[in-house]
Ligand binder design. Structure first.
Ligand code: ADP
Length: 606
């Protein structure tokens, strides 16, 4: 049994020596100032463990006592790197260190033959001092680890846990007295102490696999935040602000900032822009505290930087490469936001121009219209034959211009949100008829217009004027884009709560790849067959927007070279409760009009 005890004791000592060596090696390679203090503490612990296994001598005892006290004191100095001790506390710590070493050495040198009680008291002083040096920092680390990112939190906690176990073992050892000197108890405490070795090593230099496992909990949150950041950030400034916030969180830093290619700070969190700019210009200071990752932006290379705080002792290579990868995504996001902003600005200018131009044109055109109609009506004197023809052409052109201006004003109004609908209950058949009469003058002899209307009312709650404009535009397009003529059918139906006006022509049709263009603002499909046809590309855009504002839509089905069907859909008006049964104009219910019914068709032909 004693052999087993010796073996476990040797093993534990070897464990601490290995820990000291491993940490000395890592520290030699990385040389962080703060880590240095912790490394010295752990190396001292390793030395104490090794010397403790040698045959005892007075000198050895003194070295062990000094080494042990220093191992604790270095942990306090490590803490001092992050949370500086007050001057008094600092002096008291030194005094305590001196006092404890004196007591220990005095006990070893002069009180060798004193009673066990005196020796225990001296040991108690040493262990209590060590417990104060290490205990205060680990409690602080544990408490402050809550606000740190997952990896640093785990590291702090492993370190705290490791030292807490050591403190507990030391106290139990001294206070437990004879009861704990049994071989079994010794083996247990030694094994416990041995278990501390990996805990502390991992806190000092966590292997990548562990880092990854610790980070897992954060990863999902980070992923959705990234998505949010890159896709939904409305503008560059907002994206830059959020990106810095996440970079700070990612590295557990205290502050961070983004600087553009000229070194101008465009976003910062936890640090004011002046201080951030100073950090960039003062490289020496910056390199000690700041980790930077390049941001590749269109205007040049900027940087995303985070500044370490008192609890960000170690920017591991892992965090740094993570920051780099993150910075690449942020660069892409910033670029996306820049393009979006530019597009929005162009759109904004277009709307402003549309608004300005249409309003400025409206006045003069109204005056011209007035004079042209006076000319036509002979109010400005009699015109000869050629004059009358010219006045007719002028009147037609001015009215075309007027329509164009009205469309532009409507589009501008729509975009500025100033468009209000005057909704009333109406019969869609009437609106369709009225639209057809509006376009009647456009029908060429080669066209045949067919109105296919149901016998019963098709009640809709709409703005009748605007709905008429939508249908008139569909009909005039059908005429315009079937230059060779053919039948143009305007069919009105209602089914399953949806009222439809379908305008079908046998004209040019539209290629499948061009369909998405139709409903965009100024969207026109220019082909050799259509390039000579006049148009603004506003009609369908306005039509769809107006239909949607009224709870409906416009859809299209088309075959190039064969013709197209544009369908306006609107919700059927809900049945009014007061409507009494038996009335001739009973409100239509769903399915009342089936498409297989063949209602009477009115044909208009010119
Ligand atoms: P405009 O007719 O003034 O150009 P619209 O917004 O009404 O503007 O139509 C957009 C484009 O859709 C038209 O330029 C045309 O290319 C295409 N288009 C619309 N209606 C038809 C149709 N019935 N047949 C073929 N092409 C059509």
């Amino acid at each position: 049994m004693t052999l087993a005890v010796t073996l476990v004791q040797d093993l534990t000592a070897a464990g601490f020596v290995a820990l000291g060596l491993a940490i000395a090696y890592r520290w030699y390679r990385e040389r962080g100032r703060a880590q240095g203090k912790l490394a010295l503490g752990l190396i001292a612990l390793g030395v104490v463990a090794a010397l403790g296994r040698l045959p005892s001598s007075l000198l050895l005892s003194v070295i062990v006592i000094v080494g042990f006290m220093l191992s604790g004191f270095f942990v306090l100095l490590f803490r001092n790197e992050f949370i500086p001790l007050g001057r008094t506390a600092y002096r008291a710590a030194y005094a305590l260190l001196g006092f404890a070493i004196l007591v220990g050495v005095f006990d070893a040198v002069a009180l060798q033959h004193a009673s066990p009680l005196v020796t225990s008291a001296a040991a108690f002083v040493l262990i209590s001092t060590w417990a104060i040096f290490t205990g205060e920092p680990i409690v602080r680390f544990w408490l402050s680890s809550n606000v740190l990112p997952a990896v640093q939190k785990a590291r702090m906690r492993f370190l705290s846990l490791g030292f807490a176990v050591l403190i507990a073992i030391l106290f139990v050892d001294v206070l437990g007295g004879g009861a704990l000197q049994s071989p079994a108890a010794l083996i247990v405490t030694q094994l416990l102490a041995l278990a501390v070795v990996p805990l502390i090593y991992v806190s000092f230099a966590p292997p990548p696999l562990l880092r990854r496992i610790w980070r897992m909990s954060e990863e999902n949150e980070l992923r959705s935040a990234m998505q949010d950041l890159l896709i939904f950030s409305p503008d560059r400034q907002d994206l830059a602000d959020r990106a810095v916030f996440w970079a700070v969180r990612l590295l557990g830093a205290t502050s961070g900032f983004i600087a553009d290619s000229n070194g101008k700070v465009i976003a910062s969190v936890g640090i004011d822009a002046d201080r951030a700019a100073k950090l960039i210009s003062n490289h020496a200071e910056a390199s000690a505290q700041v980790v930077q990752a390049p941001l590749h932006m269109a205007e040049g290379e900027g940087s995303l930087a985070v500044v370490g705080g008192r609890f960000t002792p170690l920017f591991g290579s892992d965090e740094i490469s993570q920051l780099r990868a993150y910075a690449n995504s942020v660069s892409a996001g910033l670029e996306r936001a820049r393009v979006t902003e530019r597009l929005a600005a162009i759109e904004e200018h277009k709307t402003q121009f549309l608004n300005l131009a249409s309003h400025e044109l409206r006045g003069p055109v109204t005056v011209i219209r007035g004079y042209v109609s006076m000319l036509e009506g002979g109010l400005l004197g009699n015109l000869n034959e050629r004059g009358r023809t010219a006045a007719g052409v002028m009147a037609a052109k001015v009215s075309e211009m007027n329509e164009l201006i009205e469309e532009m004003i409507e589009a501008a109004r729509l975009e500025e949100g100033g468009l209000t609908l005057r909704t009333v209950e109406a019969d869609l058949r009437d609106i369709a008829q009225s639209a057809a009469s509006t376009v009647a003058p456009l029908i060429e002899p080669q066209h045949r217009m067919v109105m296919d209307l149901p016998e019963r009312r098709v009640r809709v709650n709409v703005d009748p004027d605007r709905t008429r404009t939508i249908i008139a535009n569909l009909l005039s397009n059908a005429i315009k884009y079937s230059p060779a003529g053919g039948e143009i059918i305007c069919q009105v139906r209602a089914r399953a709560g949806v009222a439809r006006v379908a305008v079908t022509d046998q004209g040019l049709g539209i290629a499948r790849e061009d369909l998405p263009t139709l409903f965009t603002r100024f969207g026109r499909v220019i082909t050799p067959q259509t390039e000579h046809l006049k148009g603004t590309g506003l009609g369908l855009f306005l039509g769809r927007q107006l239909a949607r504002m009224q709870g409906g839509d416009i859809t299209v089905a088309s075959v190039e070279g064969k013709g197209s069907t544009f369908t306006l859909q609107l919700p059927v008006a809900l049945v009014a409760e007061s409507a009494s049964a038996g009335l001739l104009e009973t409100p239509m219910s769903d399915g009342e009009l089936r498409t297989d019914e063949r209602p009477s068709a009115t044909r208009a032909r010119r």
